[in-house]
Structure formats: structure tokens, C-alpha cells
Design a protein around this ligand. Structure first.
Ligand SMILES: [Zn+2]
Length: 293
């Protein structure tokens, strides 16, 4: 499943095509993705100018001049293709393969610039809804979403406060979208390795009894911001050369420190550990038992 850096990379790829353009025509080739498309889907989009393309957690938002927001989620297998003046691009690169089969092209946006933006989703866990901007923050999908990890409000105080009473593992806390938005399995593993904290550690151990952050919370917040920023930067740089975008291999996997590296040596300087894989809450966790405490 795409995580925050991939979604942010997609946002940047869509923003440069969609912002300022008018949606001339919408082809909804089936009535539903994960949920039914709104019954008046095309009518509420056609003729509208897109004033901005944003992101909240792993959701993409396209603001329309009408005051509506087109809320989109890539689900497990969703991706966008942009076609403009015979140049085809696929914003974002992912750790998993993406489908190019036209049978899975479910929604096509035709823009006033002549560009088309196509949403392809073989497994159809993706989502497209239209929500008035004023109702977005209180929408059932949005109201429980925790702070943006790269936002200024997200700091060690906030993270320690959210973890102070948690009896779950630290890994599980990082995956909890109410604690921090957009961190998935891959980046949770990477963040814990960078901060040298064990994924098995109890989440509450990053806070003092009163809920204040300790040194572990500070290290964790630094690692979250650094890992996600690096991944976005790597994705951003790949956007500049579309010819290398084959959609098969993820860009950041070449930089993974622990994820998918079971049995390989730990990359922490002077650590002689070997990356181990365990299963937590049904998901693989990769970590170094020597330098992550
Ligand atoms: Zn190590």
C-alpha cells in the first residue's frame, strides 16, 4: 500500500497538471471503487476549475472552484497516469508493481489543457468522494486522522502524549493513524531503525509518567521527519526523468536500511548485527536486535 511519501509524490505530479485547469469531462467507467462513486459524480466535477491539489495523510484532495473537494485515496493498487501532448507520465513510484492494463482504468478526467488524468486500480480499494470543503475536517474518514508528521505541529510533546498510555508496541503505535498520519509498515520499520528503538518496546516508554517526552520521543520524531523527507526527495527527483519511471520498482527501496533486508548486515556504523524479521499484528517487522533497544 502506498505510504505518505508515495502519495505526496503523486500529489506533486498531479498538482502540476491539474492546478488551474478546468475539468471538461469525466468518464466514470464503473459505478464504484471501494465505495460507490457519488451519484452526481461527473456533474459536480465537470465545468469546475481545480484551484489546488493537496494531501491529508494518505488522501489526495482536489479543491474545486465550487467549494467542493474531490477526495481521493489510492487504496492498495491505485495509480494515476497523466497524458498530455503525447507524453505519458505516472506520478509517483511504488514498492509494488502497478497495473497498466486499460481494463482497470476506472475514472478519466479530461482537462481544459488537453491533458487527461486516468485512475487505474485493479483491486478497487481506491476511493473517490466529493465533500464540501467546510465539511472535510469533520468527515468520518478525516476526523480521526492524527497530525501530519511533516507539519510544524507534530513534535515530541504531541507524540509522547499520544503514546503515554499505550500498552501496544512502539511499532503498532506508529501504524496507528490517530497517533501520526500516513506512516505505514515500510516507513515504521525504517523510522525505528534510524532512531535505534526496538519495534517491540512498549509505546508508553517514550514518555515520562506525566506524559512528557523523553530522549526516545525526541529521537523518534527526528527520525520520522528525516525518513519521510528523504523518501519524498527521492520520489521528487525521479519525477524529473519520466523515462526511468517504469512503475515496477520503488525508488526508495534502494535506500532501505532494514525493510526487506532479512539476514543482511545492519548498516548502522560499527554495528555487527544482522537484520531480523518478526511478525507483529500480522505484519512483517524488520529490525536489528543489536542496535535497536
Ligand atoms: Zn544494528
Amino acid at each position: 500500500m502506498p505510504e505518505l511519501p508515495e502519495v505526496e509524490t503523486v500529489r506533486r505530479g498531479l498538482a502540476c497538471v491539474m492546478e488551474g485547469a478546468c475539468i471538461v469531462r469525466v468518464e466514470a467507467r464503473r459505478p464504484d471503487l471501494r465505495q460507490p462513486l457519488p451519484p452526481d459524480f461527473a456533474r459536480r466535477l465537470e465545468g469546475q476549475t481545480i484551484t489546488g491539489v493537496g494531501r491529508r495523510a494518505k488522501y489526495l484532495t482536489a479543491d474545486l472552484a465550487s467549494g467542493d473537494v474531490l477526495l481521493m485515496h489510492l487504496g492498495m493498487s491505485g495509480s494515476f497516469r497523466v497524458s498530455h501532448k503525447n507524453v505519458k507520465t505516472r506520478p509517483g513510484e511504488f514498492h509494488h508493481a502497478r497495473s497498466a492494463a486499460e481494463a482497470h482504468d476506472h475514472v478519466v478526467f479530461h482537462l481544459s489543457s488537453g491533458a487527461t488524468v486516468t485512475f487505474n486500480d485493479p483491486r478497487r480499494f481506491g476511493l473517490m468522494l466529493i465533500v464540501p470543503r467546510r465539511d472535510l475536517a469533520s468527515h468520518p474518514l478525516m476526523r480521526e486522522v492524527g497530525p501530519e508528521p511533516l507539519g510544524n505541529a507534530f513534535d515530541a510533546n504531541l507524540l509522547a502524549g499520544a503514546c503515554a498510555n499505550k500498552k501496544t508496541s512502539l511499532k503498532a503505535a506508529l501504524l496507528d493513524q490517530t497517533v501520526v498520519a500516513g506512516v505505514g509498515n515500510i516507513y515504521a520499520c525504517e523510522v525505528l531503525h534510524r532512531s535505534r528503538l526496538s519495534p517491540k518496546r512498549r509505546a508508553s516508554t517514550i514518555a515520562t509518567r506525566s506524559g512528557a517526552p523523553n530522549a526516545r520521543a525526541l529521537a523518534l520524531v527526528d527520525a520520522i521527519k528525516a525518513v519521510l523527507s528523504d523518501a519524498i526527495k527521492a520520489g521528487g527527483s525521479s519525477l524529473r526523468d519520466h523515462r526511468q519511471t517504469n512503475g515496477e520498482l520503488g525508488y526508495f527501496q534502494h535506500c532501505f536500511r532494514v525493510y526487506d533486508r532479512e539476514g543482511e548486515p545492519c548498516v548502522t556504523p560499527r554495528c555487527r548485527g544482522t537484520v531480523k524479521r518478526i511478525v507483529q499484528n500480522g505484519r512483517s517487522t524488520f529490525f536489528c536486535p543489536v542496535c535497536q533497544k
